[in-house]
Design a protein around this ligand. Structure first.
Ligand SMILES: *Cc1c(COP(=O)(O)O)cnc(C)c1O
Length: 369
C-alpha cells in the first residue's frame, strides 16, 4: 500500500454527482465559450475572495501576464519577484516585456523577505509580485507600505493560496490585483487548465477582460492587441462545484498540517514556519532536510511519494541563463532548492495515512542522521 502525493481520483469520487451534473449542464446548453457558467463562477469566486471583480483566464500564468499588461508594465520596467518560486511568476514578467528582479526569501517562511524588497528597488521598478508560496500568505503589510512609499503596484501571485487569510482577509484582495491558478493539483483545481484575475479596480478589470478576449469588448471591435486566454465554460462549471467545497477541503489540509507539525516536532528537520498574521491553506507541506535525496529515496522505498518544490530556482534555469545569475548569486533560494522536501498532503488524506508518512520519515531520518 503506497501513499500518493495527492489523490485526484478521490476528489472526483467525492464530487462525482456535482461534477457529472456540471458536465451535463454545459453539454445540454451547447454553449462552450464565455457563457453563464463563466459569468456565475466569476461572481462566486469574487465573493469568496471578498473582491469586486473576477475575470476568468486560460491559466494562472496568463492571469498574471494579463495583470501586468493591464497595468501598462512593459519593456524597460523592472518587477520584483521572489527568487524562490515556480518559474511562472518570472515568466509573466518576461512575457510582458519587463525584467524580473529576484528578491530573496525569509529563510523561515520561504516567502519574499520584506526587508530585502526596499534594497531591490531602482528608478525602473514598477511593481512587486509577492507569491503566497505553499499556501501561506506573504507578509504583505511591510511590502505594501514600501510599495506605497515608492509608488509601486503590488500584484499577488495567489496560485497556491485560494482561501488563505492574512490578518483575516483572503488572498486576492491584499494588493491591486491577484492571479489565481486552477491547475488540477491546486487547492481549487479545475479538470484541466484554468485561472483568473481578482481585483477591486473596475477599470483594470475591464482592461484585463478585453486583453484576454482578443482586445475586444464588442465582437469584431479590437481596441488593443489582445490575447486569447479565457476560462472555459466547462471548467467554470466544474469549478463552481469545487468552490462550494474549497473551505472544507482546505480545513482538511489544515488538520493534516497540524498533525505533521505535532508528530514531527523535535525530529532532525526544519518544519514550516507560519507567521502570526497568516492562516495558510497548505497547498504544500514543505520541510527542510539534510541529505534530502537519501531521505526521499528511503520514503519512496517505504511507499511514500514526495516531491520537490522546486529543485532549480528560476535564476538557475536555462530559460534565464541570459540574466547571468551565477551559482551563489541567490544563496537562500539555492540552499532551499537543495533541502526542501514536500510531504503528501491533500483533502482526501486521512490522519492515519499522515501517521504512516511520519513513521516512514522518522525511520528514514534514523537511517541517515
Ligand atoms: C501554478 C502556479 C502558477 C501558474 O499557474 P498555471 O495555471 O499552471 O499557469 C503561477 N505561480 C505559482 C506560484 C504557481 O504555483
Amino acid at each position: 500500500m503506497t501513499v500518493p502525493f495527492l489523490d485526484l481520483s478521490a476528489a472526483y469520487q467525492e464530487l462525482k454527482s456535482e461534477l457529472d451534473g456540471a458536465y451535463r449542464r454545459v453539454m445540454d446548453s451547447s454553449w462552450y465559450i464565455l457563457g453563464s457558467e463563466v459569468t456565475t463562477f466569476e461572481k462566486e469566486f469574487a465573493q469568496f475572495c471578498g473582491a469586486q471583480h473576477c475575470i476568468g483566464a486560460g491559466n494562472g500564468l496568463d492571469a498574471l501576464h494579463l495583470i501586468l499588461r493591464g497595468l501598462g508594465i512593459g519593456p524597460g520596467d523592472e518587477v520584483l519577484v521572489p527568487s524562490n518560486t515556480f518559474i511562472a511568476t518570472w515568466l509573466a514578467v518576461t512575457h510582458a516585456g519587463a525584467t524580473p528582479i529576484a528578491v530573496e526569501p525569509d529563510s523561515a517562511t520561504h516567502n519574499m523577505d520584506p526587508a530585502r524588497v526596499a534594497k531591490a528597488i531602482t528608478a525602473r521598478t514598477k511593481a512587486i509580485i509577492p507569491v503566497h508560496l505553499y499556501g501561506q500568505p506573504a507578509d504583505m503589510d511591510p511590502i505594501l507600505s514600501i510599495a506605497r512609499e515608492h509608488g509601486l503596484k503590488v500584484v499577488e501571485d495567489a496560485a497556491q493560496a485560494h482561501g488563505a487569510r492574512y490578518h483575516g482577509r483572503r488572498t486576492g484582495v491584499l494588493g491591486c490585483a491577484a492571479a489565481f491558478s486552477f491547475y488540477p493539483g491546486k487547492n481549487l483545481g479545475a479538470l484541466g487548465d484554468a485561472g483568473c484575475v481578482v481585483t477591486d479596480d473596475a477599470e483594470l478589470a475591464q482592461r484585463i477582460r478585453e486583453l484576454g478576449n482578443y482586445g475586444s469588448a464588442q465582437k469584431y471591435h479590437h481596441e488593443a492587441v489582445g490575447f486569447n486566454t479565457r476560462l472555459d465554460e466547462l471548467q467554470a462549471a466544474f469549478l463552481r462545484a469545487k468552490l462550494a467545497r474549497c473551505d472544507e477541503w482546505n480545513s482538511r489540509r489544515q488538520a493534516i498540517a497540524a498533525h505533521y507539525q505535532t508528530r514531527l516536532k523535535g525530529a532532525d528537520l526544519i518544519l514550516p514556519h507560519v507567521i502570526s498574521a497568516a492562516v495558510p491553506v497548505w497547498h504544500l507541506f514543505v520541510i527542510r532536510v539534510q541529505q534530502r535525496e537519501a531521505i526521499a529515496r528511503s520514503l519512496s522505498e517505504q511507499g511514500v511519494a514526495t516531491q520537490i518544490h522546486y529543485p532549480i530556482p528560476p535564476s538557475r534555469s536555462g530559460a534565464y541563463a541570459s540574466l547571468g545569475l551565477e551559482a551563489g548569486s541567490l544563496p537562500i533560494a539555492e540552499t532551499l532548492s537543495r533541502e526542501v522536501l514536500s510531504l503528501p498532503i491533500g483533502p482526501h488524506m486521512s490522519i492515519e495515512t499522515a501517521d504512516r508518512v511520519c513513521d516512514a520519515l522518522l525511520t528514514a531520518l534514523d537511517g541517515h542522521g
